[in-house]
Design a protein around this ligand. Structure first.
Ligand code: NAG
Ligand code: NAG
Length: 216
């Protein structure tokens, strides 16, 4: 009897975690995003199905390299609902990540998506950190063709280990995964987080906080 209750509770829990693990399921064939609608909903309002065109389901240009001439040496070309209106309500999107030699995609999280990534060109070090119970770093060097998964919400990063450009393609389990780049969000917020708070949080002198904030 007890074990039946346990099994039932487990099933209930498993079902709940599935239900909350991604964007809500669609209730129609499609709901092409109508970005011009003034109506605000969770997601984007549907365009009239009769006006939908093939182009609404198309994005062109993922063969093009992003410009990696920036401080970190990487560039993410996102194909999410903002770029591809037909993705609305489907709980999926993708991205191309270009890396300059030794470039990094700095530690960041996607609040709404798990990410699955494959290396198309080059050799990339990847890693993510588990939540505060352990803060364990899980890391791997990926070669061309390798596939790696970054669990939803966890802080992760990538680094090109090679002396050539590297390319990765990622799939994400949300039409709008969102991105929080840790350094930028914490030290480059608008307005700034008070320096004494960051000094205590990072256990450094207030001048160190000032120095980092000034970079963002
Ligand atoms: C990424 O590349 C695109 C296309 O070259 C460019 O317009 C954009 O400014 C780049 N973004 C960053 C952060 O460097
Ligand atoms: C890449 O971005 C840099 C910095 O913004 C800029 O100087 C350069 O012209 C860009 N290169 C291309 C090919 O657009």
């Amino acid at each position: 009897m007890m074990s039946r209750v346990l099994i039932f509770s487990f099933l209930l829990l498993a079902t709940c975690s599935i239900a909350f693990a991604s964007d809500p399921s669609p209730l129609q064939d499609f709901c092409v995003a109508d970005s011009k609608s003034p109506v605000l909903v969770n997601g984007v309002v549907c365009k009239d199905a009769k006006l939908v065109q093939a182009e609404d389901f198309l994005f062109r240009g993922l063969h093009l390299m992003g410009n990696t001439s920036n401080d970190v040496g990487s560039n993410v070309t996102a194909v999410a609902v903002a770029e591809l209106p037909g993705l609305n309500t489907f709980g999926i999107s993708m991205a191309r990540i270009d890396f300059a030699p030794m470039g990094i995609n700095p530690p960041h999280t996607h609040p709404r998506a798990t990410e699955i990534l494959t290396v198309i060109e080059g050799r990339i070090l990847v890693g993510f950190v588990t939540s505060n119970l352990e803060n364990r770093l899980i890391t791997k060097v990926l070669e061309k063709g390798d596939v790696f998964v970054f669990p939803k919400g966890l802080i992760h990063f990538q680094k090109n280990l090679g002396h050539e450009y590297a390319i990765a393609i990622a799939g994400l389990s949300s039409q709008n995964p969102g991105v929080i780049t840790i350094a930028k969000a914490v030290f480059g917020s608008n307005p700034d987080i008070a320096r004494d708070i960051l000094a205590k949080a990072f256990q450094v002198d207030i001048n160190v906080v000032y120095q980092i904030q000034s970079k963002f």
